[in-house]
Design a protein around this ligand. Structure first.
Ligand SMILES: Cc1ncc(COP(=O)(O)O)c(C=O)c1O
Length: 386
C-alpha cells in the first residue's frame, strides 16, 4: 500500500475485539498473566505497552525498518541510541547539528568517554579525514537545520558500511513521507516526533527505528533498561497526528517553496537556504534521495538590525522555538536553538545574527507572505529612522 494509506490507517485495524477505528489508550502499567509461565505478550509497561506497540510497529513500517521504539522525547531517543557507545568510542556527526544533540554529546556523553567530530557529512573526503579506528558511527542530519546542508545518504552509508560503522540518520525534518534513510542504507533512524510526526505542537515524543535483528534486539534492551519510553496517552496523540502527515507535508512543502522564492527576490534579504532552489548546493542530491521538501528553510537578512523588529512586528507567524507544526514559527537560531553551540562553531557553519529559520505552517500562503512582508517593511522603516 502507498504511504498515504498506511499513514491514514495507523492503528485502525489493530483492535479485533471491538473493531475500534481509533486504537484505544491502554492506561495500564501491569498486565495479568493467564498462568505461570504464560504472558499475553505484555507484562510491564516500560518493556512493552499495547498503545505504544501499535505506534512502534507503524514507525518501523513507515521507515522500512525491523523494529520501532517510542521514547519520551527526541532527546530521550538520542540518549537511548548513544547508549550503544562507551568509553573510547568516537562518532562523526553532522556539522550544522541540532543544538540539543551537540549539548548531549559534549556535556554528557563526553563524561562517558564518547567523543565526536563535527564534519560536513556531505563531504566524503572530510569523513575519511576524521575517521579513526575508534570511530563507531556516523550521525547525519539531512537537511541540517538551520542551514539545510544536504548529505548523500546512499553514498555515506555505503562508505560507513565499508568501514564497519553504523549510519544513524535524524530524519526529523523530512519524515518517512519524504525520505526513508533505511532504504538508502542507514541502520538507525531517529525522530523528534514532537515535530512533523505529531504535527500540532502538542506532544513531546521521540522515535527510533532499527534495521537488522541484532541491532533491533540491542535497542530493545537499551529502550527497556534506560526506560525513557513514551506513555500511552502521548502514543495515541502521536498516532492521531501521524494519520494526516501526508496532507500536512504537501502543504508545508508548497508554502515553504513559495515563501523561499518570494524571499529570494526581496531586496532586504541576502540569501535563502532551501534545497528546492536551484542554486542550493544540495539541490540535485535532495531531488534524487527525497520525494519532496520539508517546510523548514532559513534566510539571511542583509542588515542584522532588521531581525529584532521583524520578530516584533509579526502578527500571524509566531516568534517561537520549535518546528514542524501546523502553525508557522520563526526562530532566531543564534539566540534560541543554537545558543549552546560555541560562537566560533556557529559562525563557521553560518549561524550568525542575521540568520532566521522559518518553520512554515499550513496557513494560506497569501497570509504568510503578507505577514512577513509587513514585518520586513516595518523593520526597514524603523532602521531608516534611526
Ligand atoms: C533535528 C532534531 N533532532 C532532535 C531534537 C530533539 O527532540 P525533542 O525536542 O523532541 O527532545 C530536535 C528538537 O528540536 C530536532 O530539531
Amino acid at each position: 500500500m502507498n504511504i498515504e494509506s498506511r499513514l491514514a490507517q495507523i492503528g485502525s485495524q489493530n483492535d479485533p475485539v471491538t473493531g475500534a477505528v481509533s486504537y484505544p489508550i491502554y492506561q495500564a502499567t501491569a498486565f495479568r498473566h493467564p498462568k505461570l509461565g504464560q504472558s499475553t505478550g505484555f507484562d510491564y509497561a516500560r518493556t512493552k505497552s499495547p498503545t505504544r506497540s501499535v505506534l512502534e510497529a507503524a514507525a518501523a513500517d513507515l521507515e522500512g525498518g525491523d523494529a520501532g521504539f517510542a521514547c519520551s522525547s527526541g532527546m530521550a531517543a538520542l540518549q537511548t541510541i548513544f547508549a550503544l557507545f562507551g568509553q573510547g568510542d568516537h562518532l562523526i556527526v553532522s556539522l550544522d547539528l541540532y543544538g540539543g544533540t551537540y549539548r548531549l554529546l559534549e556535556k554528557i556523553m563526553s563524561r562517558f568517554g564518547v567523543t565526536a567530530s563535527y564534519v560536513d557529512t556531505g563531504d566524503l573526503d572530510a569523513l575519511e579525514a576524521h575517521y579513526t579506528p575508534a570511530t563507531k558511527a556516523v550521525l547525519i542530519e539531512t537537511p541540517t537545520n538551520p542551514l539545510m546542508m544536504i548529505t548523500d545518504l546512499e553514498k555515506v552509508s555505503a562508505w560507513a558500511k565499508r568501514k564497519g560503522l553504523l549510519t544513524i540518520v535524524d530524519n526529523t525534518l523530512m519524515t518517512p513521507f519524504l525520505q526513508r534513510p533505511i532504504e538508502l542504507g542507514a541502520d538507525i533512524v531517529i525522530h523528534s516526533a514532537t515535530k512533523y510526526l505529531g504535527g500540532h505542537n502538542d506532544v513531546l515524543a521521540g522515535l527510533i527505528v532499527t534495521k537488522g535483528k541484532e541491532l533491533s534486539e540491542q535497542m530493545a534492551f537499551l529502550h527497556n533498561s534506560i526506560g525513557a519510553v513514551l506513555g500511552p496517552q502521548d502514543s495515541w496523540l502521536l498516532m492521531r497526528g501521524m494519520k494526516t502527515l501526508a496532507l500536512r507535508m504537501e502543504r508545508h512543502q508548497y508554502n515553504s517553496v513559495r515563501l523561499a522564492e518570494w524571499l529570494l527576490n526581496h531586496p532586504a534579504v541576502e540569501d535563502v537556504y532551501h534545497p528546492a532552489l536551484p542554486h542550493h548546493p544540495g539541490h540535485d542530491v535532495q531531488k534524487r534521495q527525497a520525494s519532496g521538501h520539508t517546510g523548514i528553510f532559513s534566510f539571511r537578512m542583509k542588515d542584522a538590525r532588521t531581525v529584532e523588529p521583524i520578530l516584533r512586528h509579526l502578527k500571524l507567524i509566531a516568534f517561537a522555538e520549535s518546528l514542524g507544526g501546523v502553525e508557522s514559527l520563526l526562530t532566531y537560531p543564534a539566540v534560541q536553538t543554537h545558543a549552546d553551540i560555541p560562537e566560533e562553531i556557529r559562525r563557521k557553519v553560518g549561524v550568525d545574527d542575521r540568520l532566521l529559520r522559518f518553520s512554515v505552517g499550513i496557513e494560506h500562503i497569501d497570509d504568510l507572505i503578507a505577514d512577513l512582508g509587513n514585518a520586513i517593511d516595518a523593520a526597514l522603516r524603523e532602521i531608516e529612522g534611526e
